[in-house]
Design a protein around this ligand. Sequence first.
Ligand SMILES: Cc1ncc(COP(=O)(O)O)c(C=O)c1O
Length: 470
Amino acid sequence: MKIEDDQPDSGQSGGPAGPPQRTAAHELERYGALFARRTQVMRSSAMRDLMAVTARPEVISLSGGLPDTTTFPPESFAGLMARLAHQESAAALQYGPTEGHLAVRECVVEVMAAEGMRIEADDALMTTGGQQVIDLVCKTLIDPGDVIIAEAPTYPGAVPTFCSYEADVVQIDMDADGMRIDVLERTLDTLAAEGRAPKFIYTIPSFHNPAGVTMSLERRRRLVQIAAERELLVLEDNPYGMLRFEGEPHPTLYSLDDASFVIYLGTFSKILAPGIRVGWTVAPRPVMEKMNLGKQGVDLCSSSLTQKFVSTYFADGRWRDYVTSLSAIYRDRRDVMLEALAEHFPAEATWTRPEGGLFLWATLPDYIDTTDLLARALRDNVAFVPGRAAYMDGRGGSEMRLNFSGVGDQEIREGIRRIGKVIQEQVELYSTITGAGPTGPAARRPQPAVSEPVVEARVVPLRQRRAGGR
Ligand SMILES: Cc1ncc(COP(=O)(O)O)c(C=O)c1O
């Protein structure tokens, strides 16, 4: 199986349970002259590739970013759909305005207020998932060769988007407090000296996907200040902010800004269900207007049916109870995963301890390549996301993302045990070859609360384009 694929996806699928079928080289050649230049730098998302494999029932998937949709009671779902059919059948089956139905935008006002943000319904543009916001922001702002700043690692699902708009992505290291703002400032200075400024800074400040860390309040303040001083846009991607297990919530970047520089991305995927594909953005008005135009060309409007589903669901006022119950379930699963890691991962491994969200990030000894490890782990029917998927430049070779929301306690324990076993094989192989002493499981020593802080700035500007491109 190919995890990172530089070829354009053929769009063919091997069926719901089968791996995607790849186009043969000679078939590709036949159409080669017709493809747009950008198709040469398009990449398949690592998670999409993995999903085909992990759909097999025998595979324990710790790879997807899947919320546990089995927690949504089927009878509630049936009741909501019946109510929707009775009350709003025609509108639910109809096209809607590009910016979204008013009733769902009012739900957005409520969700954002729950995180301390004050907006009007008119300020929100509804989108087809939060993913579409990333695409529309790129569509609106990025010409080939423009710079985007992102975190290192970054959301693997943003990587194909950045690639297809032919952006130069500069990734800024993180530590336990999120993006290193000192490194960011130095990077901005370096870029400025070259006559370049990023079109936007992409960040996931709360319960980062994939790193599992949260940006400190001090850094949030400084980032918003830098954006204002240098007149830079920041795309704040916040799918997980409400899924906090412990600690005090921090204000969002949007709430610290005066509606000038932060583009906010929200989604119902993780607080309700990803299958409905309903997200939103709130952005400075001129940027929003361009994004609205961009959306018209993509899908005219997001699904009326699922927007109406959201507003029907919100009408009974119990959405916060569901979010609270999800947070409790995910907190327990995080704890199960942390325990299992301490028991089964080697002493040299470290991992983050997220205070919310769906993921943690593990770093293995640098002689272990997690892309190779995945191929081995899949033979034992367990999957994770290899670290390289979260970088644009091949870094992250010894890192991995582990998801603790998608499966139950027993599968988490068993999945980590299996991954631990294949890691141990590598450790033993290495110690046999090098004569280094074998190490025991991590339980034998205290775990750091988060990954080792990065000491040195490491900033790699990247050119994701074909040879000879701009
Ligand atoms: C950081 C981040 N941004 C955006 C998305 C896209 O979410 P949606 O399902 O709303 O498209 C995800 C999904 O996992 C995510 O983790």
